[in-house]
Ligand binder design. Structure first.
Ligand SMILES: C[S@@+](CC[C@H](N)C(=O)[O-])C[C@H]1O[C@@H](n2cnc3c(N)ncnc32)[C@H](O)[C@@H]1O
Length: 243
């Protein structure tokens, strides 16, 4: 593999795929699509549809099974071994192809390990990153809100951190991703917050809700559980603003 293209494809709306993403996809000898068994959240179908729409039915695609993370021991050691295994899986799946592409959900720079995994490849290919629309942008666009208040900073964090560490210091706005547990419920003084929530943002299934946290929280928890049961998977994100 001489070149590796990490192509941001946005958050599931085929219209998020930029002109640059289309050109770089067409330039690849091979596009790798990871699969996680029967897990619909691997989004392999959507990646297949995007490749088909951009390059037609004869696109050079290889699918491979994503190695599983060993969750039995220390978290960071498990992630390290897992990233090594994914790097090996990329190399095996790429075979003799020289210009290899991966379609990265959202943007490769945000809560995505592809760049860290790519740094493990030996010999090191040239890396080209194509930026994509992030879930943060898709959320704020869907609600038609700015992410920050005038001249103010904001934090992008995870559900686990919000639960474990509470409200992040020094900001009035936090965007929370990777939250399987509706961690906004753990905030003390919920009456101080407003929430803008979205699931499947940008996709045909998109669901949005917003409001003062004390009144919206229970509604979002119920909607999320129903949507997850209906679709078999869910991806959601929310912005919290402190009054
Ligand atoms: C592993 S991170 C990938 C983020 C991605 N690289 C980006 O730029 O948005 C996955 C998290 O992104 C958020 N996410 C991604 N796509 C989403 C969508 N269509 N709707 C809602 N949240 C989404 C969810 O919080 C999910 O847990």
């Amino acid at each position: 593999m001489q070149q590796l293209f990490l192509i941001g494809i946005g958050t599931g709306n085929p219209d998020h795929v930029t002109g640059e993403a289309r050109r770089v996809m067409a330039d690849a000898d091979l596009i790798l699509i990871p699969r996680k068994g029967a897990d619909k959240a691997d989004l392999a179908d959507l990646r297949r549809q995007i490749v088909h729409a951009v390059l037609g039915p004869d696109a050079p695609v290889v699918e491979f099974d994503l190695p599983r993370r060993d969750a039995s021991g220390d978290y960071l050691t498990g992630v390290d071994a897992w990233h090594d295994a994914i790097a090996r899986a990329w190399v095996d799946a790429a075979g003799q192809a020289q210009r290899v592409a991966l379609l990265i959900w959202g943007d490769p720079s945000l809560y995505d390990s592809s760049l860290r995994i790519a740094a493990r490849l030996d010999p090191a290919p040239t890396i080209r990153v194509v930026p994509g629309i992030t879930a943060v942008q898709a959320l704020t666009a869907a609600h038609a809100i700015p992410v920050n208040e005038i001249g103010a900073p904001f934090v992008v964090t995870t559900g686990r951190r919000l639960r474990d560490e509470g409200w992040p210091p020094g900001v009035d706005t936090a965007v929370v991703m990777l939250d399987g547990q509706c961690s906004f419920q753990s905030l003390s003084e919920p009456e101080r917050y407003d929430i803008w929530w979205g699931a499947y943002v940008g996709m045909a299934e998109q669901i949005l809700d917003r409001g003062p946290l004390p009144e919206a929280a229970a509604r979002i928890v119920a909607t999320r559980a129903r949507a997850r049961a209906d679709h078999g998977w869910i991806m959601d994100i929310y912005l919290l603003r402190r009054r």
